[in-house]
Design a protein around this ligand. Structure first.
Ligand code: NI
Length: 266
């Protein structure tokens, strides 16, 4: 196994351990005889911390990835970067929360989390949560202001989602066909701004499931049901030079971020 396939194997195992829906959808496509290629995996982290993108980036570059582009999400207070690999169609998308621009209440919850993260060695991208779980009360406070902050405070460093690269599918080479299949099997899709985000003119269209809901144990509230991870589907279009567009569309990604936004609701 190469370092790259080993990296994705471990990441996928960790992901499906809290995202049974992704595994079931994966099996659904496999049972249809479809080859499964990942378009990208996405990570979330804290800016201004010992796990900022600047510090995690080395692990991505060591795998052979090259920096492609940066993105800014004003409303969600996020910055992100995308990396591409010369030998793999799977991109890496990593975003970081500018948590020191959140409210004082949120900062007060996040600061002790940041203080628990040591510099050396820098945590692995699949290290999971390397701080004590927040109280359920604090989780809900974060959720109210930043779904992203709430998710990250519980789940830590791991894949937030994997993404099926629709272009590689044989029977369902269009996102609309994938959406039909998924809906026929009664999975709930994120419908914020429409089930299909983006247009052909953007060169990238995307859909995603709503995140799985799993039970997590909190010290102050016992087991509570919260959002874990979602599965995404992406179809890309050719640029003028005939190659597939590799970047991301901030307006679409902004809405995809909402896929983990069901909070404590079932
Ligand atoms: Ni994505």
């Amino acid at each position: 196994m190469t370092a790259l396939s080993n990296f994705y194997h471990e990441l996928w195992q960790q992901y499906i351990s809290i995202s049974p829906q992704a595994l079931a959808i994966h099996h659904l496509f496999e049972s249809e005889g479809e080859p499964l290629v990942n378009d990208h995996v996405a990570f979330r982290t804290f800016a201004n911390s010992n796990i900022s993108i600047d510090l995690l980036e080395d692990q991505i570059l060591v795998l052979g990835y090259e920096y492609l582009d940066s993105y800014h999400f004003e409303n969600k207070k996020l910055d992100a970067r995308c990396y591409v690999h010369p030998d793999s169609p799977t991109k890496i998308f990593i975003s970081e929360l500018q948590w020191n621009t959140l409210s004082e209440v949120a900062q007060k919850i996040i600061k002790p989390i940041i203080q628990q993260i040591t510099t050396s060695p820098v945590a692995r991208l699949n290290a999971g949560r390397i701080w004590k779980i927040p109280t359920y009360r604090d989780y809900l406070t974060l959720l109210d202001e930043s779904e992203y902050a709430a998710w990250l405070s519980v789940w830590g460093l791991r894949a937030n989602h994997f993404t099926i690269f629709v272009n590689y599918l044989k029977k369902y080479p269009k996102l609309s066909e994938v959406v039909n299949l998924i809906q026929r099997h009664r999975y709930e899709l994120n419908s914020v701004g429409g089930v299909i985000k983006g247009t052909e003119a953007d060169l990238l269209i995307q859909s995603s499931t709503m995140a799985d809901i799993v039970a997590v144990n909190f010290s102050d509230a016992g087991e509570q049901l919260i959002s874990s991870c979602y599965y995404e589907f992406a179809q890309r279009f050719e640029q003028q030079d005939g190659t597939l567009y590799q970047g991301f569309v901030t307006n679409s990604a902004d809405k995809i971020f909402e896929s983990t936004h069901c909070g404590a609701k079932i």
